[in-house]
Design a binder for this molecule. Structure first.
Ligand SMILES: [Zn+2]
Length: 169
């Protein structure tokens, strides 16, 4: 491999480590977020625009925690399923799913993002398990969801190389 290798991203031209098909991590993360939050190809689910804005802002800072979140979080996958199958995501839609921990977590995020109305009965059951869910996620990802969940997460030190190692980059 010579010194003339072109390290610029095929999509945005930014010089960065290409992670997939010659594209930089930011580009890959943006594509995955858009795919996750869409009802179909190129069609963003209208309810999920606030969440998309939040994630794109985070990607501009550092795409790796968002990639990690997309890869790992069960509620992210569930959100993707719901976006593709429900024109409107409601409490009733979530209530109809088999009760799983990540459903409660998804509900908390949607409520705190203003996407779903708050229901008082959901609050008490949210707090005890949320720190457990957040534990193990990169600090910057926790910083995304913590304000929305309205709780204090563990104070932890997470260094970027550790995140990248777990991502396999
Ligand atoms: Zn790029």
């Amino acid at each position: 491999m010579g010194d003339d290798h072109d390290w610029s991203c095929r999509s945005c031209g930014r010089v960065a480590l290409p992670v997939a098909d010659g594209n930089c991590a930011a580009r890959v993360a943006r594509e995955r977020v858009d795919r996750l939050l869409s009802t179909g190809p190129g069609l963003l689910h209208p309810q999920l625009a606030p969440l998309r804005s939040l994630l794109l802002t985070e990607i501009e800072t550092d795409p790796y925690p968002v990639l990690f979140w997309l890869y790992r979080a069960g509620w992210a996958a569930l959100l993707g399923e719901l976006a593709g199958t429900h024109d409107e995501i409601t409490h009733a839609v979530l209530d109809a799913l088999p009760p799983r921990r990540h459903i409660q977590y998804l509900r908390a995020v949607l409520v705190n993002a203003g996407i779903l109305p708050r229901r008082d009965e959901d609050l008490d059951s949210t707090i005890p398990w949320l720190n457990e869910v957040l534990d193990g996620l990169p600090e910057s990802t926790v910083a995304i969801v913590r304000p929305y969940a309205g709780v204090q997460a563990h104070q932890r030190q997470v260094d970027a190389p550790d995140v990248r190692r777990r991502l396999g980059y």
